[in-house]
Design a protein around this ligand. Sequence first.
Ligand code: ATR
Length: 277
Amino acid sequence: MTGADRVARYAVMGNPIEHSQSPRIHRLFAEQTGRSIVYDAILVAPGHFAEAVNDFIQQAGQGLNVTVPFKQDAWLIADRLSERAQRAGAVNTLTVTADGTLAGDNTDGAGLVRDLTGNLGQTLAGKQLLVLGAGGAARGILAPLLEQRPARLVIANRTVERARELAVQFADLGDLQGCGFADLAGSRFDIVINATAAGLQGQVPELPDGIMDADSCSYDLMYAPEPTAFVRYARQLGVRSAFDGLGMLVEQAAESFLVWHGILPDTAAVITALRRP
Ligand code: ATR
């Protein structure tokens, strides 16, 4: 087979991968923008990420989305990093460039901000923001959140030291503090973003009362067909604007689509399609 015969391929790599919505999202974007693409979901065994990427490039692969647990591996193997990927310490979008090198980008934070501000009508400027968690997911969203100029951003984590370290690493971008959950007692936030992995076990972080009220906005980076544990928790507290991460998932995919195809697809129709059972 010659190079010219080959179809340009895109894919998402992760482990697990069978429930990934990315193939569906990218196919809907392609349909909408009149492009014909192949987009697969590839299960990669732990420790075999670089090998899987090389195989993918050999098979005329053009672009990859990368999900748990390989975002840091993708960051390490990229030949070049965008500034936002550099900051995030993680890559969710790899592009095979004309000279065969790999460009790494991270569209997660941009996707979150676009969902919050564009789709959900929230304003971040001048607001009190709380990010729960200090792992990879939290790190990936900090710079784009701080770009929106909140009055204050607090990172709270079960392991206090990790929150403090993140706060130091991003201190040049805005007013931010790192603390433990108990230290939040007595503070109220306009926007609370759950970036912990607690939801994977159906849990929520142990938070003091009063950090959210009916007028706060809560956002869970996790998405599931049923309301996530954090969405249920926020609703129990009376929070009227409690969102899961479906919009972010679609928006980060749209940003990747833009990186690869030079066109930003319409996300609203795709979010609606995915919400349907
Ligand atoms: P990810 O890439 O999803 O962020 P990670 O880097 O392993 O994964 O980070 C997981 C985050 O979820 C951490 O902030 C972790 O807190 P610790 O740093 O204290 O481990 C947080 N987390 C996981 N389970 C949690 C739970 N049950 N309650 C509160 N926080 C939890």
